[in-house]
Design a binder for this molecule. Structure first.
Ligand code: TRP
Length: 454
């Protein structure tokens, strides 16, 4: 008969693993440049609202679905809504997960490359923003570099996931997450004490609400779902390993709070440093790779802070790629009785193959760098479709599912198992039924109609 499924050893273990999934490049790399491009502090305010009224309720819903069914996303929907099309929501999630993994690991791979570069002293004292840009461009353009880094990162991810839920994912999260918090705090203290940091703090903390539009809401929502790992069943999967006596809303709140704090602190780390060096915050996706090395080159102890920073990114990205891989692994293990090892090896190999076009989309292949008709690179396109549209659509369907199909009472019963208190139960029910789905729907229709993500 089937082996017992894994489970988290403790509530703290789960919180660290789920926070590890949530906290990633999304917080430290994507959040600062999205904030920079979308008006600074005003974006931050809208982002926080999205986390609280959309992210948190969906997180509770996903965890409840997972724990109740003890299944991967496809199995979970099959169990709750047999003989219906709802399992397709889970399938969309599994496919989205491996797709996100494929391009996310490319950028995660760069962080490994940059860690090595920093340690070997590639960033010299004389470096200007221009030379830094050249180093970055030629690094990401080099086909073999990117592909080797991609491979290395997926191998690392596979190594942890093969270990299983408590002995692999949980054990590593317990080591990696505290490391991440400490490094983040040290780097932030360094950044805010640089001469000239105040202008950056102003940009980041003083909202100018004239700069916002509906697009700002759409971007903030996409960012929140991506950052919290919602909308594709990662939290259903992680929820399926939670023991019945654990309090779900409390765990969900801890995960959201730590994810939000890390994003907010990452902003405190990046913007003062940018303004101190006189660099434009609208630099875009290259922000942390181009800008920060110029700063590390100039400050005392730059080698240590620089290596610390890229190690921070590696750690953050690793606990996230682990969760992306775990979703498809759980799917194959539950549904098709594959061994964990076989699922891990074959799915990371698949992610590697799917990641190659993304790895080549920064100049190595002209075709993938600028797709015909679309004019965007492959990685950008994958990120728009999978990292935005699919997560927004998936979250919408999950909110509808728990409110109108599975039922709020069923969720409440699951949460209140073993005498647990459902804090803010009425608020949660109101949000997930009347606010969350309609807010997401409005934004989804808006981005489809205006094509504002393209
Ligand atoms: N949340 C992670 C980040 O911010 C990325 C991530 C991991 C993710 N698992 C996910 C995003 C599942 C969406 C869905 O970097």
């Amino acid at each position: 008969m089937s082996k017992p499924r894994g489970s988290w050893g403790s509530q703290l273990g789960f919180i660290l693993a789920a926070a590890g999934s949530a906290i990633g490049l999304g917080n430290i790399w994507r959040f600062p440049y999205m904030t920079g491009e979308n008006g600074g502090a005003a974006f931050v305010v809208i982002y926080i609202v999205c986390v609280i009224i959309i992210g948190l309720p969906i997180m509770v819903a996903e965890l409840a679905i997972g724990r109740h069914t003890e299944k991967n996303p496809v199995g979970a929907f099959q169990k709750l809504a047999p003989r219906s099309g709802w399992f397709l929501v889970g399938l969309l999630g599994v496919v989205t997960g491996i797709g996100i993994l494929s391009y996310y690991a490319v950028i995660a791979g760069w962080t490994v490359g940059y860690l090595v570069k920093t340690l070997t002293g590639s960033f010299s004292v004389q470096m200007t923003p221009e030379t830094s840009k050249e180093i970055f461009t030629s690094f990401v353009k080099h086909p073999l570099n990117s592909i080797i880094c991609l491979f290395a990162f997926l191998a690392l991810t596979a190594y942890v996931v093969i270990g299983g839920v408590s002995k692999g994912i949980e054990r590593w999260s317990k080591i990696l997450m505290p490391t991440l918090f400490i490094m983040l705090i040290l780097l932030t203290l360094r950044s805010v004490t640089l001469p000239g940091a105040v202008a950056g703090l102003k940009f980041y903390l003083q909202p100018d609400f004239t700069a916002i539009s509906l697009t700002t809401f759409a971007k903030a929502l996409g960012q929140a779902l991506f950052s919290l790992s919602l909308g594709m069943g990662a939290m259903i999967t992680y929820g399926s390993y939670i023991r019945k006596e654990e309090n779900l809303p409390i765990s969900a709140a801890w995960v959201c709070l730590s994810d939000l704090s890390v994003a907010l602190i990452a902003g405190l780390m990046i913007f003062p440093a940018l303004f101190a060096m006189g660099i434009n915050p609208q630099e875009g996706a290259g922000l942390v790779f181009v800008v920060l090395p110029t700063i590390f080159a100039k400050i005392p102890g730059g080698l240590i802070f620089g290596s610390g920073f890229f190690l921070l990114l590696v750690v953050a990205a690793l606990t996230s790629t682990i969760s992306l891989l775990e979703v498809v692994v759980a799917f194959l293990v539950d549904q098709y009785r594959w061994s964990r090892r076989k699922a891990v090896v074959s799915m990371s190999a698949l992610a590697f193959l799917l990641g190659i076009p993304s790895a080549l989309s920064f100049g190595a292949s002209t075709w993938f760098s600028q797709l015909p008709l679309i004019g965007k690179g492959f990685l950008d396109l994958a990120n728009i479709i999978l990292g935005n549209y699919s997560l927004i659509f998936g979250s919408l369907l999950i909110a509808i599912f728990v409110s109108y199909k599975w039922g709020l009472q069923a969720v409440e019963k699951e949460v209140m198992r073993e005498g647990n208190v459902f804090y803010f139960r009425i608020t949660w029910a109101f949000l997930i039924r009347y606010i969350t789905p309609f807010a997401i729907l409005a934004i989804f229709v808006y981005i489809i109609v205006t094509k504002n993500y393209f």
